[in-house]
Each structure stands twice: as structure tokens, then as C-alpha cells.
Design a protein around this ligand. Structure first.
Ligand SMILES: Cc1cc2nc3c(=O)[nH]c(=O)nc-3n(C[C@H](O)[C@H](O)[C@H](O)COP(=O)(O)O)c2cc1C
Length: 218
């Protein structure tokens, strides 16, 4: 009897070095296939995968090694309870500014968290530093948010980066345990992509966006 050989996997004793990497998408494949998916379903990233994503986020370039990024995880019942907190924060912020809140916006806030089973809020908590200005620390947090989205893609999850007025609202920041002058750079929605929601890989055009510099003629 001829037995079918077992496929080589990283766990197999015969696997050559590096075999575990061969079936994985390259970094460029991941970058091209990351797409924003507005409705994500269960399952949410597992705790181990979420930890991997957050570690990837924390690998972002960081002038002065200040680690200005902060991550607030919203999942399970806490996430469900955050929608009404957003709605309440919108009402309060509008009234702070002497405006009457738009009931449609307030209703939208109440249900925003239904778009995905898990949301990571990425914020910049500026660290006092004479050499690294605020905008560079915000840039580091933005890079962390992008790493988070790419790591989610690499692990087979969908993501969508959102901001909007809630990211500026001091009541939202305080309710998340942030300081009013911290900068929320992203609400990253995370979950599983259904076949109906799947999108093709990005195929960006660089037309008119790139030029080569030449030194001026003397
Ligand atoms: C800083 C930032 C904030 C964003 N905020 C929103 C948002 O609030 N709502 C939204 O629909 N898209 C938002 N987007 C855009 C989407 O995340 C997404 O990138 C865009 O729709 C293009 O789709 P793609 O990522 O699949 O190429 C934001 C992107 C960035 C970088």
C-alpha cells in the first residue's frame, strides 16, 4: 500500500528551515490586500491575535522612543455599552458649544459600535520632550494604527480606520480614560470579513503624484 506523504508544515519534523514562512503572504501582498470593510462580523480577533496586532502596532517608527501611542480595547459587553456613551458625549459637546444636537447624529453614535465585534482606539499621549514635537508623536501613533490594520490583514481579519467628530470630542476621550488634549488618531474596527463584504486588493495609480528632483542648472 502506498501512503500519501503528509504535507510539510512548520510543525513537521521534516520541514526545511523557513518552511513556515513559505505559505504566508508577503508584506507587499498584505499591504495591497488591506481594504476598509465597513461591516465586520464575528469572530473578533482572538486574544492571542489581538496581542500580535498590538505588538505590531508598537513596532511603528517612533522618534525618541517615546512610545506616545495608547490603545484602548472595546469588546464584548463593554463595547455594546460604549455606543450610548458616544451618543451622550455628542449631546454634551454640542451643548458645550451652544448648539442643539442633531438627533440623527446622536442615533448614529448609539449604533456605531455594531459595525464590528471589536474596536481599538489608537491615541497619542504626547510625551514631554524638547526634541520631538507633538506632530511627530502624532505621526508615530498614526503609523501604529496603520501597523495594526496591516497586522489584522496578515492574520486574516478585516479592519476599518475611522475618525470623525468623536475623535475630537473631549468627553469621548475622558470616557476612554484619555486626557482631553490627547489625540485620538483612529477608531480601528476589527472583525471577520464576509464573502459579501470582501473587496479586491488595492491597485493605486501614481499618475501625477511622483516626480524626480534634479539639481538646478548652474
Ligand atoms: C486618518 C483617517 C481617518 C479616516 N476616517 C474615516 C471615517 O471616519 N469614515 C470613513 O468612512 N472612512 C475613514 N477613513 C478612510 C477609510 O479608512 C479608508 O481608508 C478609505 O475608505 C479607503 O478605502 P481602502 O482603505 O479600502 O483603500 C479614514 C482614513 C484615515 C487615514
Amino acid at each position: 500500500m502506498v501512503s500519501t506523504p503528509e504535507p510539510l508544515t512548520a510543525a513537521s519534523p521534516q520541514a526545511p528551515p523557513g518552511a513556515e514562512l513559505r505559505d504566508q503572504p508577503s508584506a507587499l501582498d498584505v499591504i495591497r490586500s488591506r481594504r476598509s470593510i465597513s461591516r465586520l462580523g464575528p469572530p473578533a480577533p482572538s486574544p492571542a491575535d489581538l496581542a500580535t496586532m498590538l505588538e505590531a502596532a508598537a513596532c511603528a517608527p517612533d522618534h525618541g522612543s517615546l512610545r506616545p501611542w495608547r490603545f484602548v480595547i472595546l469588546d464584548g459587553e463593554a463595547k455594546d455599552r460604549f455606543g450610548p456613551v458616544l451618543a451622550d458625549a455628542t449631546v454634551r459637546w454640542e451643548r458645550d458649544g451652544g448648539r442643539e444636537p442633531d438627533p440623527r447624529k446622536v442615533d448614529k453614535d448609539r449604533t456605531k459600535m455594531d459595525r464590528a465585534p471589536l474596536v481599538v482606539v489608537v491615541a497619542c499621549e504626547e510625551q514631554p520632550n524638547p526634541k520631538v514635537p507633538r506632530h511627530e508623536q502624532v505621526a508615530a501613533a498614526v503609523a501604529a494604527a496603520q501597523n495594526l490594520c496591516l497586522a489584522a490583514t496578515a492574520l486574516g481579519y478585516g479592519s476599518m480606520w475611522r475618525t470623525g467628530p468623536n475623535a475630537e470630542n473631549p468627553h469621548v476621550k475622558v470616557s476612554l480614560g484619555l486626557r482631553p488634549d490627547d489625540k485620538i488618531v483612529a477608531f480601528v474596527y476589527l472583525g471577520t470579513v464576509s464573502d459579501e463584504q470582501a473587496k479586491p486588493a488595492n491597485a493605486p495609480s501614481l499618475d501625477g503624484l511622483v516626480r524626480r528632483w534634479f539639481p538646478p542648472e548652474r
